[in-house]
Design a protein. Structure first.
Length: 295
């Protein structure tokens, strides 16, 4: 039997009628994904779904997490949480902390954009979730590709073009907290340029979010900081592009089918969502809502 089952194959595997299976799909009760208009059912996820329904010792199952999306900050995500009426709150503290909270059951989902010191690739987020302790039942959903770079004052007065310029020209650099995706990107770019964090003139108080980076630059407290094009554009600042990155949502398979996440994922397929991404700038949402990993 293939790893991805058709409706007919999944019904036979579960020993249900196709009509009953469609009822489960409509209620968000069974793991599945829609590809080119057809429902497909990961066989491994179905097996885990069946196992999760078995009786077991008290306390074995994970308790329901609070309706919060932790992890990284993103203005398009925050807007989507509101407009989709998902009733999911946002707790932006950084990608790594978001994953840790997800593993401890403190959030329903974690928004992540991770970077490696020794190179980039589309699988960085996938590999992190696949190997994360306590997330053996996780699924990773694509949200967007985002353009990350350097937010600078209008006109780029210090003529900053790469991370080496930031160090050599002693530009005052606003930092994100340790474990935040933007800070991981900064460390990766510095390492590839043969630099350490000590080479930069860092602004003392760290900025909790991308928007705080933009505010630090706009107020003159900092000369630059790593953030997205959308944040720079919204603040009326200039932007030096460094890379396009994956921005994904990690959550447990069980929570994927909860009403809040399902409302959000349905909204990702709307014209309003695509229009907002274009308006903000620096987003590619062509793969929004796609399943990137099923642990």
């Amino acid at each position: 039997m293939p790893e991805l089952l058709t409706t007919e194959e999944a019904a036979a595997y579960l020993r249900l009628s196709e009509r009953k299976l469609y009822e489960l799909v409509a209620n968000g009760a069974v793991p599945c994904t829609k590809v080119t208009g057809k429902w497909l059912f990961p066989k491994a996820a179905l097996a885990r779904w069946l196992a999760a329904g078995h009786a077991g010792p008290p306390g074995l199952a994970h308790p329901m997490a609070p309706p919060i999306v932790g992890g990284s900050h993103d203005p398009l995500l925050e807007w989507s949480l509101r407009e989709s009426r998902s009733q999911l709150a946002s707790l932006p503290e950084g990608s790594e902390l978001g994953l840790n909270r997800l593993a401890r059951g403190e959030v329903t989902a974690a928004a992540i954009h991770l970077h490696q010191l020794d190179g980039e690739g589309d699988r960085t987020n996938v590999d992190a979730v696949a190997g994360a302790p306590g997330l053996h039942d996780a699924v990773l959903i694509g949200f967007a590709r985002r353009e990350q770079g350097l937010v600078v004052a209008p006109g780029n007065p210090l003529a900053l073009h790469d991370i080496a310029d930031v160090a050599s020209r002693h530009a005052r650099l606003a930092l994100r907290p340790q474990g935040a995706g933007a800070q991981l990107l900064l460390l990766a770019l510095a390492a590839r340029a043969g630099l350490t964090l000590d080479a930069f003139t860092a602004v003392k108080a760290v900025c909790p979010t991308d928007s705080d980076i933009a505010q630090a630059v706009r107020s003159g407290r900092a000369d630059c900081g790593v953030a997205t094009r959308g944040v720079a554009q919204a603040a009326g600042l200039d932007f030096v592009s460094f890379t396009w990155e994956r921005f994904d949502l990690a959550l447990r398979q069980r929570d994927y089918f909860a009403p809040g996440p399902q409302a959000l994922f349905k909204f990702l397929r709307t014209a309003d969502f695509r229009a907002r991404a274009t308006e903000l700038g620096g987003y590619d949402v062509s793969e929004a809502g796609e399943v990137r990993l099923v642990n």
